[in-house]
Design a protein. Structure first.
Length: 275
């Protein structure tokens, strides 16, 4: 079995399943998400959005694994060239669990299916522990989670589920565009920005400086945060790390103010403060 992984989420899952040796090709983003892939001499291909059948020709994978976001045209071209494709499009945490099972099944290794059960159980346990610690904390903060800043796009449904697990209320409709005016009118207590492809480099001062946002509770109290893109936008077991960062932002009195992947805007907005 020779697999071409076109998204970091797939490579992360394969690592957790103990199946990295099946990879024949991956993206440069996979190398960042799974450092263990470096030095293996894998072919580096484009992601699910821009890959072509031509660049896979030299790899000749037995299976191409793709996940959102992807272009139907790209996948159709790969299928036309004769490469089998497993295309995943998760929306919620339950979908992500099912995708872990599908990836394990596609490896044709019985032990991978057993490992998938453990990975899912670990995810559920971590989410359940955060949910338990957040239960009974009193009023739930209203949280605006942003996946992109121009136009403003709210985070995906699985992020909404994580916000609820962390004892918050998700503002808006997951995955849909909104406006700065609508967010300001709702007056969230916490703003979490995790822009796709931006890593941890979201310019929080510019986010907080949008017209009308100076009077929002989140901005007045300095509760504007960046959570590293890969921790919230990658549908993989690493979402539990995003949840822990989120819980620290929403309830620092319970989880502490410090968490890997979490960055807070300084109160004076002259510089950012890493927490």
């Amino acid at each position: 079995m020779r697999i071409a992984s076109l998204q970091p989420s797939i490579s992360i899952v394969l690592e957790r399943l103990g199946c990295l040796d099946l990879l024949a090709a991956c993206t440069r983003y996979c190398l960042d998400a799974v450092p263990a892939l470096r030095g293996r001499g894998l072919a580096v291909v484009h992601d699910s959005w821009t890959t072509t059948a031509e660049e896979l020709l030299a790899v000749r994978p037995d299976l191409v694994m793709a996940s959102v976001p992807y272009r139907n045209e790209s996948l159709a071209a790969i299928l036309k060239a004769g490469y089998p494709v497993l295309a995943l499009a998760p929306h919620c945490l339950a979908d992500i669990e099912q995708d872990i099972r599908l990836i394990a099944g596609a490896t044709a290794r019985p032990e991978a299916l057993d490992r998938a059960k453990l990975v899912i159980a670990e995810m559920r346990g971590a989410i359940g522990e955060v949910r338990r610690r957040c239960s009974g904390l009193g009023q739930k903060p209203l949280v605006y989670c942003e996946e992109w800043g121009k136009p403003l796009i709210a985070s995906q449904l699985w992020v909404k589920e994580l916000v609820e697990a962390a004892g918050g209320v998700f503002l808006g409709e997951p995955g849909k565009t909104t406006t700065a005016e609508a967010v300001a009118e709702a007056d969230p207590e916490v703003v979490l920005a995790a822009w796709c492809g931006a890593g941890d480099r979201v310019p929080l001062e510019k986010v907080a400086g949008r017209a009308g946002w100076e009077s929002m509770r989140a901005v007045r109290e300095g509760r504007v945060y960046c959570i590293a893109d890969e921790l919230l936008n990658t549908p993989a077991p690493t979402l539990v790390d995003g949840l822990r960062a989120m819980a620290a932002a929403l309830h620092p009195e319970v989880f502490g103010a410090a968490a890997p992947g979490l960055r807070r805007m300084a109160l004076n907005r002259s510089e950012t403060e890493c927490v």
